[in-house]
Design a protein around this ligand. Structure first.
Ligand code: AP5
Ligand code: ZN
Length: 214
């Protein structure tokens, strides 16, 4: 399957992705994770992306389209993929359609992680991540076995630089202005499925499984 996950910051895209990935043997392409890795490695791409990311603004369409175009060539992505955090503008969605058209494929389903803004600050400000695997924890809703330590590797967990209440405001603004039109774009194509992303993680997983098996 070829899937797109859309939702505001903290809606649970990164939490559900590994589960969907394992169930359907897909590759998981998260533009946010790829950009953070580029920033950490100080690559030319990372240097260009850092300023916008720190402010909670979107990185330019050309940069992210380039990353996705490159990543989708991987053999592991040929049978299907989960796009987490891409496309985030209508221009990105159109470019993605063009890329897929060339391969004679298209997006099968778009999962919309619908949730009220008021819930997101608590999710974001108590999130802890394991940078190299992308595993995500939450101090209250999904705590690690040992505080501040990844369950699998025992390595330290960190907090994201953009996970502050101030930067969250800009990220939400970018979502409403630039990404919500993408939801309409896919609704018109008839591939949109709605999730109740405010429910507990297991319930959201059950909804995802229902959508994907139908
Ligand atoms: P990105 O990394 O994509 O961030 P985001 O979209 O803001 O989304 P998050 O990763 O914050 O949220 P999530 O939905 O994955 O939540 P999670 O599952 O972790 O992008 C970062 C930046 O990169 C952007 O601001 C932009 O600058 C740039 N960028 C990226 N893509 C771009 C693009 N295409 N174009 C331009 N710029 C781009 O969950 C959050 C927390 O809640 C966790 O602690 C989790 O444990 C907990 N949680 C999850 N689900 C539940 C639940 N159901 N109940 C209770 N707690 C839950
Ligand atoms: Zn994420």
């Amino acid at each position: 399957k070829r899937l797109v996950l859309i939702g505001p910051p903290g809606s649970g895209k990164g939490t559900q992705s590994p589960i969907i990935k394992d169930d359907y043997c897909l590759c998981h392409l998260a533009t946010g994770d790829m950009l953070r890795a580029a920033v950490a490695a100080k690559t030319p791409l990372g240097i260009k992306a850092k300023e916008a990311m720190d402010k909670g603004e979107l990185v330019s369409d050309d940069l992210v389209v380039g990353i996705i175009d490159e990543a989708m060539k991987k053999p592991s992505c040929q049978k299907g993929f989960i796009l987490d955090g891409f496309p985030r503008t209508v221009v990105q969605a159109q470019k993605l359609d063009e890329m897929l058209q060339k391969q004679g494929t298209k997006i099968d389903k778009v999962l919309n992680f619908a949730i009220d803004d008021s819930i997101l600050e608590e999710r974001i400000t108590s999130r802890w991540i394991h940078p190299s695997s992308g595993r995500t924890y939450h101090s209250k809703f999904a705590p690690p076995k040992v505080q501040g330590v990844d369950d699998v590797t025992g390595e330290p967990l960190i907090q994201r630089k953009d996970d502050t209440p101030e930067v969250l405001k800009s990220r939400l603004e970018a979502f409403h202005k630039q990404t919500e039109p993408v939801i309409d774009y896919y609704a018109k194509k008839g591939v949109l499925a709605q999730l109740h992303a405010e429910k507990p993680p297991k319930d959201v997983t059950a909804e995802v499984q229902k959508v994907l098996s139908s």
